[in-house]
Structures are given as structure tokens and as C-alpha cells.
Ligand binder design. Structure first.
Ligand SMILES: [Fe+2]
Length: 291
């Protein structure tokens, strides 16, 4: 049984609530610190929303949208932001987050989180749209670093420079997906530890951990591309990077993100328990260092 929500703050390790697990969560109230949901799964599903509101009495909830495209050159869909704002008003989640990406153009949803060139022009566009999102929601929005497969020759700054500047211009917060850092580092050939070191640590409020799938890289014969499928356990090599993130950023709330080939709920809870042990080790170190 979960503890009741006291301060609506995220602490410890959470799991992504996916609809196939909703009834079991409602019935069993397992021991997990918090839940993250995609609002797009609930906006047109009043029954699921009622069950979620019931769960929100026992678990802090984080809202992670995949439908607000802050990187689209022709603007995001205002009607979707309005729907999200109403949903957030009703649910009162601890946090609201989304992606540094674009996924709509000309009113069409592309069902993918697509990459941006990191230039002054893009920065101005994303900062303007992010400011509008935060104004409409009346709260800070967390921006998540993407998993990357291609870069742009026209980029004039690194992704971490872009994120630092976005924070400075908009007072947004950041969600650091540690698995995305690992995946992108492998695919793009950068050091994931150096990437963590270049992020503005004071701006990070949440961490993600998810599984990826190695695939043959068509662009590099014999090479392997890591694809951020969210369809596997957290990779063994990602846990040391996660520990480095905790040492740098502190014991931030951490989500186990699993969307495809969904396993039994117990598997997600086991992964969250692993993250919780890592979090507890960091907290212990901080306490000992302070004595
Ligand atoms: Fe993520």
C-alpha cells in the first residue's frame, strides 16, 4: 500500500503508469513512490481519468506530455495546450514535463519526437514557445534532453549549451533522461559523463531511466545504433552513469520509463526498487559527509 500524498512533491523512484496496468494499480496500490503519466492517454478517456484521480490521492503524480511540440517552426497546437492546462488544473500534479523536440507540422502529428538544429534561431523559437507554455500552465515546465540519432551540420552550439541558454532565458526546469544521454553518447560519439558535467545542475528536477534496443546501423557498416525503444530493462552500463548523475545532481526523483513490450507491473516495480536503492546510497553518503 502506498503512503498517502502529503506535500505533492516527488521523492524516490516512480514508474510510468500505462493503461494496461491501471486496473491492477488501483486494486493493489503497490509500494512505489510516485507515478508519471502521459496526459494524451487520459484526455479522451474519462473513466481512466477518474481512476487516475483516485490514485492521485495516494501517489504524487508527474505529467509528461508528448503532444506539446515546443520545437515546431510553425507553432504548437494551442487547443492541445488548453486541454493540457485544464487536465493539469484538475489533477494538480507535482510536475509537468515535455521534450526538446518537434512533432507537429502544418497541423499534422508526426508520432515521433524529431531533432532540432542547435542555433540562435532555433533557441529563440523554442524559448518563445516554451514561455507561452509556462504562461498558460502557470507553472515551470521541465524540458527533457532527447535521444539522438542524427546531428545537423548547421548547429552552432552543443545540446548542453542550448539547454543552459534555454534555462537562462525562460526559467524552465530540466528533466535529465540518463538513458537518453547514454544512447545519444553512443550514437553521436560523445562522452556521456562530460555531457552530465555540462548540464546546469541547479535546474534539474527529475531523472528518467529507460531501456534501449541495439540495432544494426545502416550508416556505419558493422556498427550498432542504440534506439531508445523504452522496451527493455535499464541497461547494465546505464546504472554507473545514473550513479554519476546522482552524485552530481543529488538524489532526484527518478522514473522507470517503459512503454513498449510492456512487462508485468512487478517488473517495473523491481526496476524502481533498484533505482530506490541507488538513491538511498546517495542520500546516505550526503548525510555521512555532513557529519
Ligand atoms: Fe525519458
Amino acid at each position: 500500500m502506498a503512503t498517502s500524498v502529503r506535500d505533492n512533491q516527488l521523492h524516490g523512484a516512480g514508474i510510468g503508469l500505462r493503461l494496461p496496468h491501471l486496473a491492477e494499480l488501483v486494486a493493489t496500490r503497490p509500494n512505489v513512490d510516485w507515478l508519471e503519466i502521459h496526459p494524451e492517454n487520459f484526455l479522451a478517456n474519462p473513466h481512466a481519468t477518474e481512476l487516475l484521480l483516485d490514485l492521485a490521492r495516494d501517489y504524487p503524480v508527474s505529467v509528461h506530455t508528448v503532444g506539446v511540440s515546443i520545437g515546431s517552426a510553425d507553432g504548437f497546437e494551442r487547443a492541445h495546450l488548453d486541454r493540457l492546462a485544464s487536465f493539469v488544473d484538475r489533477l494538480q500534479p507535482a510536475m509537468v514535463s515535455g521534450h526538446l523536440a518537434w512533432s507537429t507540422f502544418g497541423g499534422h502529428y508526426l508520432n515521433d519526437l524529431l531533432p532540432l538544429p542547435y542555433t540562435d534561431e532555433t533557441l529563440g523559437l523554442v524559448a518563445d514557445q516554451l514561455a507561452r507554455v509556462q504562461d498558460r500552465l502557470g507553472r515551470a515546465y521541465l524540458v527533457e534532453n532527447p535521444s539522438t540519432y542524427v546531428g545537423f551540420a548547421g548547429s552552432t552550439m552543443t545540446e548542453t549549451d542550448f539547454l543552459n541558454e534555454l534555462v537562462a532565458r525562460t526559467d524552465c526546469r530540466l528533466l535529465c533522461d540518463v538513458s537518453n544521454v547514454f544512447v545519444s553518447g553512443h550514437n553521436m560519439g560523445f562522452d556521456p559523463y562530460a555531457y552530465l558535467a555540462a548540464l546546469p545542475s541547479d535546474a534539474i528536477d527529475e531523472l528518467h531511466l529507460g531501456g534501449f534496443t541495439p540495432e544494426e546501423d545502416d550508416a556505419r557498416p558493422g556498427g550498432t545504433l542504440f534506439v531508445d525503444t523504452h522496451a527493455a530493462p535499464v541497461a547494465r552500463e546505464v546504472w554507473p552513469l545514473y550513479r554519476a548523475a546522482l552524485r552530481r545532481f543529488g538524489s532526484l526523483p527518478t522514473l522507470i520509463e517503459w512503454d513498449n513490450d510492456l512487462p508485468p507491473l512487478s517488473t517495473l516495480l523491481d526496476e524502481a526498487a533498484h533505482a530506490a536503492r541507488e538513491l538511498a546510497a546517495v542520500e546516505t553518503k550526503v548525510v555521512r559527509a555532513a557529519r
